[in-house]
Design a protein around this ligand. Structure first.
Ligand SMILES: *Cc1c(COP(=O)(O)O)cnc(C)c1O
Length: 397
């Protein structure tokens, strides 16, 4: 058996066949025209290009409204504020996600109730959400983790039965589909990120989509007018606390152009992931992500599941070994909202029970993942497979 790169052996993926980086990001040709348009206009009309990008984004999703924001951390904050979530309200949120899914809850001084996940999908589901609901629940933030759309029908059934609004965190699945409908159109508000590493990047930025005009008005007032409104003959008045979370026209110009190339990039991402999944399924003890019927995954990250009782090493060592074989960033980094990661929360005063989070603990103790994108070649996919196979073969009992 060949020596692991971790132990000084030759890596499967070396300098000669290194995987391509997500950066530099591919920029759609029309971005330069749109950005020039903004520059030539001298920023008139105000929010002109942002409104254009919003309209286009709403059209793509078939929603009445879209509102751009500085990023998705702020978009989720805006969504919760628009829904009236405030001090002491409980908001159910997944236990495995980016910090941006959580920050808005805390910013509203609401109480996060961390929902366990299905260890095989990485997502929250209706039964697990049900267990988190109390009299005080005012919203559910559903995160489509990895880009895999949650099983929304049962989730909506549970939420609607109790009249609880749903916010969808679609940062990892822009234009992703579940049962023929787009992510972000199931709940009351869908939130998106245009961060440098996200599918559609404008370096940073975010978006909210929704149907309800009142929600839109409240979101606009909170995020752009800083809680203010105009009174004829008086001027500005403020009847609530608000922010300046506005997105720029220059970024919107880039976003408008990037939207043109997103479907093709998404399709390539999915195709490449499917190919790797097919290869990985042939390795004893290694499982690719299984996509439930009716759903889809746009793979912001590509997760690999290890059946840990089949291997002699722990997941951290397996991740380090795979990273050493040349899959950058594949080392084991738990992305979760637990006392050891979000240190400042008053965990002992919360309902959180670590031992009850069996799905999340299982997920994080047997998966590795790395950033996925559409620049990989067929040879890269084969090399990823070979790198993972080498490590799995080495550590298998
Ligand atoms: C990236 C991300 C966020 C945060 O988005 P920003 O635009 O960086 O604020 C939130 N939730 C998920 C699931 C993400 O992947």
């Amino acid at each position: 058996m060949s020596r692991l790169a971790l132990h000084g052996g030759e890596p499967v993926i070396g300098d000669g066949n290194a995987l391509p980086s997500l950066f530099p990001r591919v920029i759609a040709p029309r971005a330069y025209d749109y950005i020039r348009e903004v520059l030539d206009s001298g920023f008139l009309p105000i929010r002109g290009m942002a409104s254009r990008f919003e309209r286009r984004f709403a059209e793509e999703h078939g929603t009445a409204h879209a509102l751009s924001a500085s990023n998705c951390t702020s978009a989720i904050h805006i969504a919760l504020a628009a829904l009236g979530v405030g001090v002491g309200d409980e908001v159910v949120v997944t236990s495995v996600s980016d910090y941006g899914s959580l920050a808005g809850i805390l910013a509203q001084r609401a109480v996060p109730v961390f929902c366990d996940i299905d260890p095989d999908t990485g997502n929250m589901d209706a039964p697990r959400i049900s267990r988190c609901l109390t009299e005080k629940t005012r919203a559910i933030v559903v995160v489509h983790w990895q880009g895999l759309i949650c099983d929304m029908d049962p989730i909506l059934e549970v939420a609607r039965a109790r009249g609880i609004p749903v916010v969808e965190d679609c940062c990892q699945c822009p234009l992703g589909e579940y049962k023929g409908r787009k992510a972000g159109t199931f709940g009351d508000i869908g939130c998106f990120s245009f961060d440098a590493e996200k599918h559609l990047s404008t370096e940073h930025g975010g978006m909210l989509i929704m149907q309800d005009p009142d929600l839109y008005d409240r979101a606009f007032k909170f995020s752009i007018n800083r809680g203010g409104y105009h009174v004829e003959g008086f001027g500005r008045k403020y009847d609530m606390f608000g922010y300046n979370y506005r997105y720029g026209d220059m970024e919107a110009a880039l976003g408008l152009a990037q939207l043109d190339i997103l479907p093709e990039q998404n399709a390539r991402r999915v195709e490449l992931a499917a190919r790797l999944s097919e290869r990985l399924a042939t390795i004893d003890g290694v499982l690719p992500l299984r996509i439930p019927d009716g759903s889809s995954c746009l793979y912001w990250i590509y997760p690999v599941f290890f059946e840990m009782d089949r291997f002699e090493a722990d997941i951290r060592t397996i991740g380090e070994a795979i990273e050493a074989e040349g899959i950058g960033g594949a080392s084991h980094v738990p992305y979760y909202f637990f006392p050891d990661s979000v240190e400042y929360l008053p965990w002992d005063r919360m309902t959180f029970r670590r031992e009850e989070m069996t799905g999340a603990l299982s997920y994080v103790s047997r998966t590795i993942r790395w950033v996925w994108h559409d620049k990989y070649s067929d040879a890269d996919i084969e090399n990823m497979y070979l790198a993972i196979k080498k490590v799995a073969d080495y550590f298998r009992r």
